[in-house]
Design a protein around this ligand. Sequence first.
Ligand SMILES: *Cc1c(COP(=O)(O)O)cnc(C)c1O
Length: 475
Amino acid sequence: MMPSNPLRNLPSIHDLLENPTIKNLTDRINRNAAVSAVRTVLDEVRHEVQTAAADRTLPSVTDLAERIARRITEGQPCSLRSTSNATGILLDNGLGRVPLADEALLEMAAVARDYASVDLDLATNRPLLRNAAIEGLLQEITGAEAALVVNNNAGATLLALAALAAGREVIVARGQLIEMGEGYRLPNMIAASGAVLREVGTTNKCQAEDYTQAIGSATAALMSVHVGSLSVAGAESASLESLVEIGRQHKIPVIHNIGAGAMVDLCTFGLPGQPVAGESVQSGADLVLLCGDKFVGGPQSGILLGRRALLEKIERHPLARALRVDKLTLAGLAATLRLYRDPEKARYRIPLLQLLGTSTENLKNRAERIAPQVAALPVVAEATAIAEAADSAESDLARQLPTWCVSIRPATMSVEKLAVALRTGTPSVVGRVKDDRLLLDLRTVFPRQDIDLLAALESLDKQEGRKTPLTEEGI
Ligand SMILES: *Cc1c(COP(=O)(O)O)cnc(C)c1O
């Protein structure tokens, strides 16, 4: 006789919700949360039974109810958590790009807690464009005639092209048609704006004549994109100055998308060749697009700088309303930009610039101080301070900066398992795995977080200790 399927005997969702242990809780919490907890636990049990090697008996209804009750009281774990970035990658997309300055946090908290004059001029009690709060600052810092802030750089690109080039052509060098991951492909963004992409040049070379030859009655704009680490080796493209020259001759606006452009020259931080927003404006680009996070160090946003006539046209487009920023972004970006009025202050107050400006000496001292403490933990077989920069493709910028890491060889688990345990632990730490070591790269760790690196590893020891109570004796 076929063995009957034990899963048939699982109680129904309805029955479980009526179970006194759970019913007690559901009287106090959102019913959907209870239903969802019941479903999740039932799914888990089904999976456990189906994948069990040997016959597995079903848990009793009491056990099930208790498990569900625990799930309900613990709540959903939130997948969005703060963490220490010990990857060495300064603008890590997965880790939200940049931490914000205290000044930005305070402003954001202030306007968040109360009502705020987002679209109202308090002096006249008349409507005010919310952009006004930020335009003045951007004019001061970059010398641009006009400025606008939207949701992000993808939004800035979409909006600019929709307003200036829909139904007409935008000329872009073939080698600059980048894909950034996270669903960003420039050709798709151009298509979504309604503009027609006119590719010129080859994947690795594009000269001024390539643009000139492509210009015709359908041309609405020339766009140059700073591709940075995404460029192919040996690629060459026409200078912004030559594009500006061509644009002037043909009366066609030149859009310069500088992506991770900065507000100050990053040369002094050891990062030559990074575009600076003000320089791009001074070079004569009619419209400059950049990210407000990345090297500016503000909240996620897209900044448009340029000629007033163009910005006015852009502001009137319906997409401007769809992509506008909220009061939190506005307040956080304004507070960040205010720090740039004094470049020295920006250097010390903007977290990203703090990380960039940390001396190698400082990183070395900290790595050498942390390593022996880490080495003393039972979960660790060996820990040393080493000078080694990240070498993955995304971390091209990080590679240019010297750094120091704490290199850890675990004693009781694989290096992959250690990396997972640190990421998901409390406090959470994201490092990078290199061969059989876990590297904690201090370039992206704030000195105040050094203690978290240790605490994270110590908490693993405690967990390990629970399973093998060997670690107590030294106390
Ligand atoms: C980062 C970047 C983008 C995407 O910017 P978001 O603000 O994430 O939308 C687009 N283009 C370039 C050149 C970039 O560097």
